[in-house]
Ligand binder design. Structure first.
Ligand SMILES: [Zn+2]
Length: 287
């Protein structure tokens, strides 16, 4: 949990960046991806012991508030991205939350909800992509959106890592333990080619810091430089195709935690540089 405050303390001093308090997602928004009975159990504090155990932390009023705001922040990032070209949720990426249950420290599925909010708004979007580069598979997101042709899910993850029973995204690329920068960036190229074929107009990117070699739960061996190349590759992809991008931080469990914070911060710096490039090319006269 410490990483969130540390990241915020860094971002506060980043030039050309505006920090906005995370709004709370409404019940109506939560219900775009979750069963009413599950949402009710979370809100009223009637989750069973087993359900709380699967989520990974006990129920409290604060847990509900935090979960709502984590979703609200991804929705807000999507809306800001439409205005600004790119925006980031400093938390989020709760991709193990299913329609009817939470799991792996995830209560509500922010990316699935935010994508559904965008589709419902009738702002002319036909196709949204969710690119999940957290090292753990986006199982909840894949399950919730399995039959949703408007939202395309892609996950690159560790084959042997949690969740041990995988669900099917529209594209899954499972990597062997110990995979490093080169294998990863090749897989990413494949993933981006797939998203390009789908004709997505908006991308929600889960920029997990946990493929890092120093991550306690990662099992892959990406370097910080490799992770920077990953983010740059994603930014170049959206820039070349005029795709709007909203980013959530997702997982990161390095020891020391400063490494995780550094990787998340690096993602935000690359996103900020991307936005700067876009605004320069927009303001440049066309002649
Ligand atoms: Zn993860």
């Amino acid at each position: 949990m410490a990483k969130y405050k540390m990241l915020r303390d860094l971002v506060v001093d980043l030039p050309n960046t505006q920090l906005v308090e995370a709004p709370r997602a409404s019940d109506t928004e939560l219900l775009l991806a979750h069963d009413v009975s599950y949402v009710q159990r979370v809100i009223s504090g009637t989750l069973s012991e087993a359900e709380q155990k699967e989520i990974g932390f006990p129920w409290s009023e604060k847990m509900v508030e935090r979960s709502r705001r984590s979703v609200g922040a991804t929705i807000a990032a999507c809306h800001s991205a439409i205005e600004e070209g790119v925006a980031v949720n400093l938390a989020g990426g709760t991709h193990h939350a299913y329609r009817n249950k939470g799991s792996g420290f995830c209560v509500f599925n922010d990316a699935a909800i935010a994508a559904r909010v965008l589709m419902k708004q009738a702002i002319g979007l036909q196709k949204i992509g969710i690119l999940d580069l957290d090292v753990h598979q986006g199982d909840g997101t894949a399950a919730i959106l399995q039959n949703d042709p408007a939202i395309c899910t892609v996950s690159i993850h560790g084959e042997k890592n949690y969740p041990f029973a995988k669900t099917s995204s529209d594209l899954d690329i499972a990597l062997a333990d110990g995979s490093g920068d080169t294998i990863y960036l090749e897989a990413l190229e494949q993933a981006l080619a797939f998203l390009s074929k789908q004709g997505i107009e908006f991308l929600i990117y889960l920029a997990g810091a946990d493929p890092f070699e120093g991550d306690r739960l990662g099992r892959l061996t990406l370097t910080k430089e490799g992770l920077a190349l990953r983010d740059q590759q994603v930014m170049a992809f959206v820039r070349e195709r005029g795709i709007t991008i909203a980013i959530a931080m997702a997982g990161g469990y390095a020891n020391p935690i400063d490494d995780t914070v550094g990787i998340h911060y690096q993602t935000i710096q690359i996103a900020s540089a991307h936005q700067h490039t876009m605004s320069i090319s927009k303001s440049r006269p066309s002649s």
